[in-house]
Design a protein around this ligand. Structure first.
Ligand code: GTP
Length: 599
């Protein structure tokens, strides 16, 4: 294939501006699929994505487009996620592209992640062109949004296609713009193979399927390839490209192309996203830059509800990590929960998504403990370490001081809501930096905020206090000394290690009180009274009590129908499975996560 007829691009946008919808329209219009074959959204093929309406894993699709100049072009479109937690995924997709389509909602304009994603794309030297979406809506302001794109982002926008991805308006214009505004790949097909792994998935039948962008040379079946970072070598079994939701084998992939290969890869750890694949016989001189390794920022314990399934949980985590290098895990044990894993994530949404994937794709019942950020602990004996599990905090007498991670946060908000948002940031121990007006009605508020104040429910709080008119983006600034204490929860006088929590000294009482109240709601009545206490350094600061009661599920159906009785008992048994025995008390799994959503 002629390189000048290839276009490798991605679509970037703020969440909900219509990226996935546009991607579907492009696929539909280029005729890879008939309308009937399109499921609701072909690109978001994981159930969770469809339900939550968000794009998690980057996906790639090849399309053939017959342009107005009469030529046929090959488009490789790589889908990217829009949520701040997944910036890492965005970044690796971008490295496989030559250009980006920026989708901006005509009713919302430029938002926090519009900017963040555009800057990422520009960092990767991609050519970016904007399209203005949702012009079918009565509140659309296409001209204002064009001006905004030019003012705030600084890219040409007057001839941006005005489209409705939903109603299929302006799609041809977008396809033509891809041909004319995104550069063809450059790269030498006769040079030694040099290709970038931008993703991979595990398939039970074919093993690891590696997604690559060929920078130089040719990748063929039967060839021996080498993974430059890990040094592993293997023989290529199949090469091919991406149909919508399927893999289509082909003879070879040459410079400029995007596709996949399978090989006799034994150890799934050998294929690392960001690694360079070259030919074993004639290797290229040096590897591609790869990706910045990102550090997990949020940790929590994940335990199988049924301890016999620990090995299955380990296998599942190993497979998920294969195409999600930002997921970290290591074995740990908890007094309350037995054997499990301490897992690290980029943020809370990432955590929730992994948890759901484990439960659905691997059919595991899980207990997740309270997430925690990473604290730095400096001990009086001069040593220091990173604390990822609050229950490992040494005795306060051994601690010299503690540090917590701080972020630089940017909140874009309409001026009507500046007051409530500032108040929210204040409550979350934010340090005010500045207000920049981007236009009369909108401003960017800058705050320094402790990461542990924003990982749980900050997004929700932001949305509810601004009626959805605020968007948020952050990056880690560094660590700062802080007065932190460990809050322990005692249920029936026993400390539940999985519920221990690090909080700022001033917030300990409030948090302890709310956690007790929440647990009281979550823990069902038992035959005996159950005290729930919150304590700091052995001193109880809050208490609630679950009153004793005999819960007789059969009491309601006097006499009569035996099958109904049986059904009720079955239901009760089902419910039991979701319980955790702590001493003599049964705690529903939900309790462990619900204590985080206290606002
Ligand atoms: P993520 O994948 O989660 O980052 O979001 P996204 O940017 O892909 O947004 P998505 O395509 O899922 O669209 C978000 C919502 O906007 C959906 O409810 C779409 O139906 C709607 N939407 C997308 N395009 C249009 C449009 O042109 N007009 C209108 N009215 N709604 C649209």
């Amino acid at each position: 294939i002629d390189q000048s007829k290839i276009r490798n691009f991605c679509i970037v946008a703020h969440i909900d501006h219509g990226k996935s919808t546009l991607a579907d329209r492009l696929i539909e219009r280029t005729g890879v699929l008939t309308q009937r074959e399109m499921s609701a959204q072909v690109l978001d093929n994981m159930d969770i994505e469809r339900e939550r309406g968000i794009t998690i894993k980057s996906q790639a699709v090849r399309m053939v487009y017959k342009a107005q100049d009469g030529e046929e072009y090959i488009f490789n479109m790589i889908d990217t996620p829009g949520h701040v937690d997944f910036g890492y995924e965005v970044s690796r997709s971008l490295a496989a592209c030559d250009g980006a389509v920026l989708v901006v909602d005509a009713t919302q304009g430029v938002e926090a992640q519009t900017l963040a994603n555009v800057y990422l794309a520009l960092d990767h030297n991609l050519d970016v062109f904007p399209v203005i979406n949702k012009i079918d809506l009565p509140s659309a302001q296409p001209q204002e949004v064009k001006d905004e794109v030019e003012d705030i982002i600084g890219i040409e926008a007057q001839d941006a296609p005005l489209i409705s991805a939903k109603n299929g308006i302006g799609i041809d214009e977008v396809l033509e713009a891809v041909v004319h505004k995104i550069p063809a790949p450059t790269g030498d097909p006769s040079a030694p193979l040099k290709s970038l792994i931008f993703d991979s998935v595990y398939d039970p039948y074919r093993g690891v399927i590696v997604f690559v962008r060929i920078k130089d040379g040719v990748l063929k079946k039967g060839m021996k390839v080498k993974f430059m970072q890990t040094g592993a070598e293997s023989e290529v079994v199949e090469v091919g490209y991406f149909g919508p939701g399927q893999f289509i084998p082909c003879e070879e992939l040459s410079a400029g192309m995007v596709g996949y290969f399978t090989a006799s890869i034994k150890n799934i750890q050998d294929t690392r996203v960001g690694d360079t694949v070259t030919s074993s016989d004639t290797p290229c001189a040096e590897a591609l830059p790869g990706y910045k390794q990102v550090m997990p920022m949020v940790y929590c314990g994940i335990y199988p509800a049924d301890s016999a399934r620990y090995p299955e949980l380990r296998d599942a985590l190993e497979k998920l990590q294969l195409n999600d290098a930002s997921l970290f895990y290591e074995p740990e044990t908890s007094q309350a929960l037995g054997f499990g894993f301490r897992c690290g994530f980029l943020g809370l949404l990432h955590l929730e998504v992994i948890q759901e994937r484990l439960e659905r794709e691997y059919d595991l019942d899980l207990v997740t403990t309270a997430p925690s950020v990473v604290y730095k602990i400096y001990k009086t004996d001069g040593t220091s370490f990173d604390l990822t599990n609050p229950s490992n905090l040494p005795d306060p007498s051994e601690i010299d001081h503690m540090e917590e991670p701080i972020v630089n946060g940017e909140i874009m908000v309409t001026t009507d809501y500046i007051g409530p948002i500032m108040q929210l940031c204040q409550e979350r121990r934010g340090r005010y930096l500045s207000t920049d007006y981007v236009e009369q009605t909108r401003a960017i508020l800058k705050y320094e905020l402790p990461l542990n104040e924003i990982i749980y429910d900050f997004f929700d709080a932001l949305k509810s206090r601004s009626r959805g008119y605020a968007s948020f983006d952050y990056e880690i600034k560094g660590y700062e000394t802080s007065s932190l204490v460990k809050l322990d929860i005692l249920i029936n006088k026993e400390t539940v290690d999985a519920l221990s929590f690090i909080v700022h000294k001033d917030g300990a009482y409030e948090r302890g009180r709310k956690m007790c109240e929440k647990l009281k709601e979550e823990i069902p009545r038992h035959l005996f009274e159950i005290p729930i206490q919150a304590a700091v350094g052995g001193k109880v600061i809050a208490r609630e009590t679950v009153k004793a009661m005999r819960k007789d599920v059969l009491a309601k159906c006097y006499g009569g129908d035996i099958s109904r009785k049986r059904k009720l008992l079955e239901k009760q048994k089902e419910g039991k499975k979701k319980m955790r025995q702590i001493g003599s008390v049964e705690i529903p799994q939900n309790a462990f996560l619900s204590v985080l959503k206290l606002d």
